[in-house]
Design a protein around this ligand. Sequence first.
Ligand code: HEM
Length: 464
Amino acid sequence: MSLKAVTQIPGDTGLSELIRTHRRRLNYGDVMLEQSRKHGDIVRLPVPGVPKILLSHPDDVQDVLAAKAQYFGLFAQNLLKALFPWGLVATEGQIHDENRALMLMAMRKMQSRINVNDSLARCRQIVSAFRDGQIIDLYQVARDLTYATAVGFLFPPAVRAEILSGLHHEEFLQVISRTNCYFLGLPRPLKLISLLTTILPILKVKKLQHRMRSQLQKIVDEFRPDFEQAPFRDVLSLLVDGSEIGGSMNVAFLVDNIIALLLAGYETTANTLAWALWEASRQPTLQDSIAGEGQQLADNPDEGPIWMNRALWTDAALRESERLYPSVWNLARQTLSEYQIRGYLLPKGTPVYVSQWVTHRDPRWFPDPESFIASRWIEDRHRSATPPTCGGASAQRPTFSFFPFGGGKRFCIGRNVFDLEASILLASFLSELKLTPVSKVKVRPRFLVTMQPDSPMLVRVQRH
Ligand code: HEM
């Protein structure tokens, strides 16, 4: 059978569509969703330059991320590579695999050492500042909660205060997000002009990166003698010492990977937690069920991991938040050689996207896809022998119809840690405070590198 050219892949690529897309450049998620609903499982996106392809069927997602991952490399990681050349998210091949093995081992060790009482105390400390009737921004609260948690998890106690006050991660995230989105929508010649207009923020971020690096470097050197008291309770100590994870990490890799962990772990968790809280504030029954599970944890904090298996509504609300508002909403790859798919031949170097935002909203796999229905995950649990996991099939859905944490050789290394920390924070927050919506507040997703709310998530709080 003869294969069709990449330019024959359906999609609205006319001039007017290009202009419309460019105007909506911070809203690529909706552009992708519209195109996929209109044209099907393989679509050519209305973005200038070489044809850019969106694949939204779970079987194709599985091929790109896992089964045929050897045919794909990372795409549009240039800025990340420039900022953290040795960070896991920016490296490929042997360096990636070796560092990933060490980091995975460190994350596994840490998972069993998370202290539930510390997480509960952090949550109570933030909650204690609120008055009854006060209006709060859930997004800001989720960020405060997860940043303190991420720092507690990554760094030894002696340096946490310094880190909390010293690392200006926010500016990094903003510049990376904006520059990436900007580049996605521009043809190559215009990129140079746009680069000139963004040069100042990029220079600023380079300066920041330099400061972060030297700060971390200083911490590693200064506190090296303290890294001797295994079992360690933070990732940095595990990686520096190396005795528990089968080898220590070279200092250049270490610094980049700690920054990458902070960025990959904190922002994503904050978004998912914020959306779960936001939706719970609109569904009193769901909110009460989660609050009840939070109370059970507060009564028996030593049962953390056992509690998690019983906290069905907490788990279901987080899954639904990952489905409807996937923090990582799009993964970008490019073909490393010619690649055949669905009767088309993609040339080497073709950018290929798989988007959680698009596939998770497909009514074939998730009935009533636009509604936040936590109970769908409880039903899934009853039907499946094992709890639903990303990349895991259920009786109702194919593998990779749900992939908030990616899949294959780049599957998120923080997933299990996220599950425990986010469950504790969500349930204990709602066991302390009742949330009610503030009228006329509407929040929509904003498609930056991670998917964030476009405005404050305002709710009124009342102590239980
Ligand atoms: C809601 C929470 C989270 C979501 C949705 C999420 C999502 C993802 C996704 C989709 C990937 C794959 C990227 C790709 O294929 O290119 C990934 C990779 C990664 N995640 Fe997460 N993540 C979360 C939490 C965390 C946490 C808590 C940590 C660490 C503390 C973390 C650290 C990482 C790292 C280091 C990678 C790179 C892995 C590699 O390239 O080998 N993530 N994450």
